[in-house]
Design a protein around this ligand. Structure first.
Ligand SMILES: Cc1cc2nc3c(=O)[nH]c(=O)nc-3n(C[C@H](O)[C@H](O)[C@H](O)COP(=O)(O)OP(=O)(O)OC[C@H]3O[C@@H](n4cnc5c(N)ncnc54)[C@H](O)[C@@H]3O)c2cc1C
Length: 538
């Protein structure tokens, strides 16, 4: 198979034009073309009004050997690499003690799926509820029915990414093509096959709910066991080796392989691990606000006269500004045509995040506008970043009026340093509601200064970004984990054998796709260690 890159076609091209482009590029006849598939489709929007699709195509032809020779110097034609997934191990017939996976976020879910597919019948422990019940609790909180600290936007089946835009891209190095395996499994569970080839694919909240349920059914059909409302409250360590876990119910489960995929909001669990002597260190993360603009403003800026084209959908953006005080401000987790959501998991604290449906057709675009911070900003204890987050979330709760409304301010007022008193043309989407005031009281001064400098700078890239009526809501504190639970090359904790810190909470992922990739990597490490032990190799 040959891979053709940089195949450019107009937005409104017909299906047949792809074939014509292949024939032209390879100089072959229709009879010599056996077939083709789209490996990737992105668009090039650098020239507004002249946006084109850019394809990477995998082509099967009877002339492959001849073409390989003739085109060996053409950098846009290569031999298609083998990206198929191969399991690294198969469970022994007498498995003995089953591995435990803590957490059913994308990391835990993929770790469990892989272990199940290799025959290791994992026991999966999740503190929150199954996704349908969890949806009722989370949407209930958004409708002012109160926060359930064990069942919300962070905790429950599917993990933090369930009520999200479901963006599926990542910048992690993935030489083993595990990302492909993640996408393929998501398609098997009901995601649209287009996620396999569109650049920057996304799934959308409601679809994610169904996908998570199907993945659970697959894990169970392969002998895995998933237990909800089963919070791990303690781990047992003997002479530097993990021996099992204790649940909040008091039940003890034995195992000498425990995958720890608890996400970045399991603050009580981090404390417990620290108290048990697991090596943890502080790591950088980011803090800031969500900003909302009319989606039409973003579309016009990115697509010009082609804004609204059905194949382009709602436009996104990615912005960075390096500030005069040495800080960097950037946009994060941009949700085109989406909603700002309440993502708190602890009482008396307010946290914002964003989500979209597959259609991305809400009136506003939103993203987090955040400032990078490092352990120098919260020195001392390895868990100091968590206390730092908590203080900001508590202040946001107070500034929001103590009812889980988010404190908010118009961009114009924020830049001019005056409190907001009334909304303008942009209606914020956050529920339970937005309490207008002065956001400069919600973050440290260096962060406020940096964001105040960055917004007008972003306006130079997207005209209208600093518009008076755009709305900021706060605070965004859970951009990534404030800690890293360090692990060795074999994915085991630096100082506890059999404990596999994984995913975003342990500091090894930063989104759904990278968490899924890390889940696969860790499942492989667990499988190899069990098989090695069974064969007497370890
Ligand atoms: C609203 C929102 C929108 C987002 N949008 C996107 C997006 O569009 N694209 C993207 O790539 N990323 C997005 N993210 C981030 C993404 O969801 C996370 O990066 C990803 O979910 C991390 O996966 P994980 O499996 O490592 O952890 P998590 O998904 O956080 O899962 C951890 C799981 O562990 C469980 N758990 C925690 N402690 C315990 C315990 N002691 N015992 C048992 N279970 C426990 C939790 O209940 C949770 O289910 C979003 C996040 C949020 C909150």
């Amino acid at each position: 198979m040959l891979r053709l890159t940089e195949v450019k076609l107009p937005l409104d091209h017909l299906q047949g034009e792809i074939e014509t482009a292949i024939l032209k590029k390879l100089e072959i006849t229709p009879e010599e073309l056996i077939g083709y598939s789209i490996f990737k489709r992105s668009y090039d929007a650098r020239k507004k009004g002249e946006i084109v699709f850019v394809y990477i195509l995998d082509v099967e032809t009877t002339q492959e050997n001849r073409l390989r020779e003739r085109l060996k110097k053409d950098k846009n034609v290569i031999v298609t690499p083998d990206m198929s997934y191969r399991f690294v191990a198969q469970a022994p017939s007498h498995l003995g003690i089953r591995p435990i996976v803590i957490g059913t976020g994308p990391c835990g879910m993929f770790a469990a799926l892989m272990l199940a597919q290799m025959g290791f019948r994992p026991i999966v422990l999740e503190r929150g509820k199954a996704v349908k019940e969890r949806t009722a609790d989370t949407f209930g909180f958004w409708r002012k029915k109160g926060l359930n600290p064990e069942s919300n936007a962070q905790f429950g089946e599917g993990g933090a990414g369930t009520f999200s835009d479901g963006k599926l891209y990542s910048q992690v190095r993935d030489s083993q093509h595990h990302g492909r395996k993640v996408l393929t499994e998501l398609v098997k569970a009901g995601a649209s096959p287009e996620i396999l080839y569109v650049n920057k694919p996304h799934i959308g909240t409601f679809k994610l709910v169904g996908i998570v349920e199907k993945m659970r059914a697959t894990i169970e059909s392969l002998g895995g066991e998933i237990r909800f409302q089963s919070r791990v409250e303690d781990i047992h360590i003997e002479k530097g080796q993990v021996r099992g876990v204790t649940l909040a119910s008091g039940e003890h489960i034995r195992s000498d392989r425990v995958v720890l995929a608890v996400g970045h909001s399991a603050r009580d669990t981090f404390q417990m691990l620290f108290d048990r002597g697991v090596y943890i260190e502080a790591k950088p993360f980011s803090i800031g606000f969500r900003v909302e603009h009319p989606q039409s403003l973003i579309d016009r800026s990115r697509f010009g006269t082609q804004a609204g084209h059905r194949l382009l959908g709602a436009a996104d953006y990615k912005l960075v500004h390096h500030c005069s005080n040495g800080r960097s401000v950037y946009s994060f987790c941009m949700c085109p045509g989406g909603l700002v959501v309440a993502a708190a998991s602890e009482p008396g604290r307010v946290v914002t995040n964003g989500m979209s449906q597959y259609s991305r057709n809400e009136r506003n675009a939103n993203s987090a506008i955040v400032v990078g911070i490092t352990p120098d900003d919260y020195p001392g204890h390895p868990l100091a970043g968590i206390e730092f987050q908590r203080r900001l979330e508590e202040r946001a709760f107070e500034l929001g009026g103590g009812t889980y409304e988010a404190p908010g301010q118009l961009v114009g007022d924020f830049i001019a340093n005056r409190p907001s008193q009334a909304l303008g043309t942009v209606q914020p989407s956050y529920t339970p509601g937005v309490h207008l005031g002065d956001l400069s009281l919600s973050l440290p001064d260096y962060a406020i200064e940096a964001i105040r400098e960055a917004l007008p700078a972003f306006d130079k890239q997207i005209k209208g970004f600093a518009m008076n009526d755009a709305v900021l809501t706060g605070v965004e504190t859970r951009t990534s984990s404030p800690i890293r639970i360090k692990r060795k090359e074999d994915c085991q904790s630096l100082n506890i054998e059999g404990l596999y810190p994984a995913g975003e909470g342990a500091g090894y992922a930063g989104g759904i796709l990278s968490a899924g990739i890390d889940g696969i990597k860790v499942a492989e490490a667990v499988a190899l260690s069990i098989v090695g032990t069974a064969n007497g190799k370890i």
